[in-house]
Design a protein around this ligand. Structure first.
Ligand code: PLV
Length: 324
């Protein structure tokens, strides 16, 4: 299961005929949902824990769910105890999955930022290794491997027309940017997707500085950091890069989750639905019409970030909340 030296897998890059047909351009799916622990988070968190936690008496991670799933998985492989602090907005199914991974789970506060304060406090008083979910250079370095794998899978001479990612606190975005730099693709536009109500990156881009949201009102709780990390904001300001920030509604993200389940037969959570909605809700096509992306676009790579905060029951709860 564990490939030499790291915890993550080299995931498939699959062509989606359904998405390609809609877009009029080839769309590739980077299937991070198939990572151990269910999301891309294992890349960065595996890397960080290998560097920082091998002598640790325990790790503590604040999470909307998926960073915690990765930390719990890695800690178990490393025979280190894990404490995961999640906010009360985290579905019970995630708490259960974390416990099944052998972690101690504490529910603190309403949103991730509250849980994080507690994680930092515990790390301090109990001497645990703090595992941040998105704001650390080792996480970005680990996440960057997703792009080198895409480059390998596409083969020499093929360059994406755009890469689509979801943004919570911005760790995945920073990793993708680092990966693009390492393979010489800084000119590839990155479409940074969030939901309305979990839109700290979009708010920062609009304000020209980092801002802290009053609250997280989106159901995409795993995108629910109130402030984007400094590095992600800096990437948005870089003239060398082309990062396009776009929002979709929760309804659009849910519709994307459902369409993806129907067409690709894969169930992902709302945080991932935000990225999928870039295709299903026509965001990319609109950007082409508006001249923000070329009409003749190279293959679009969607990072299917995955996520464990979903099952059929959670899906019908979301339907009731958002569609009734
Ligand atoms: N989720 C973090 C932060 O939550 C967590 O603790 O799990 N897609 C999925 C499925 C995610 O779980 C996350 C982050 C993202 C995308 C966004 O990644 P980020 O935070 O690196 O931008 C509050």
């Amino acid at each position: 299961m564990i490939m030499a030296g790291h915890f993550h897998l080299n995931t498939p890059l699959l062509e989606s005929t359904g998405m390609s047909k809609r877009m009029g351009t080839t769309v590739y799916l980077k299937m991070e949902n198939s990572q151990p622990s269910g999301s891309f988070k294992i890349r960065g968190i595996g890397h960080l824990c290998q560097k920082l936690a091998s002598q640790s008496k325990g790790v503590v991670c604040s999470s909307g769910g998926n960073a915690g799933m990765a930390a719990a998985y890695v800690a178990r492989q490393m025979c280190v105890p894990a404490t995961i602090i999640v906010p009360s907005s985290t579905p019970q199914l995630v708490v259960q999955r974390l416990q099944d991974q052998g972690a101690t789970v504490k529910i603190v506060g309403k949103v991730w930022d509250d849980a994080n304060t507690e994680a930092l406090r515990l790390a301090d008083i109990e001497g645990l290794t703090y595992v941040p979910p998105f704001d650390h250079p080792l996480l970005w370095e680990g996440h960057a491997s997703v792009i080198s794998e895409v480059a390998c899978s596409l083969g020499p001479g093929v360059k994406p027309g755009a890469v689509v990612v979801s943004v919570g606190g911005g760790g995945l975005l920073c990793g993708v940017v680092q990966g693009l730099r390492s393979v010489g693709w800084t000119d590839v536009p990155v479409l940074a997707m969030e939901t309305v109500g979990a839109d700290c990156f979009n708010a920062a881009v609009k304000a020209g500085k980092r801002v802290t949201l009053d609250d997280i009102t989106s159901e995409a709780k795993c995108l629910g950091a109130k402030t984007v990390c400094q590095k992600a904001f800096e990437c948005s300001q870089s003239t060398e890069l082309n990062i396009i920030s776009e929002l979709v509604t929760d309804q659009q993200a849910l519709h994307a989750v459902e369409t993806f389940l129907d067409e690709e037969r894969v169930l992902v959570e709302m945080a991932c639905g935000a990225a999928l909605a870039a295709v299903y809700s026509g965001v990319i096509n609109r950007l082409q019409t508006d001249g923000c992306l070329p009409v003749s676009l190279g293959p679009v790579v969607v990072i299917v970030c995955g996520g464990s905060s979903v099952d059929m029951q959670q899906l019908s709860l979301l339907r009731q909340k958002l569609l009734d």
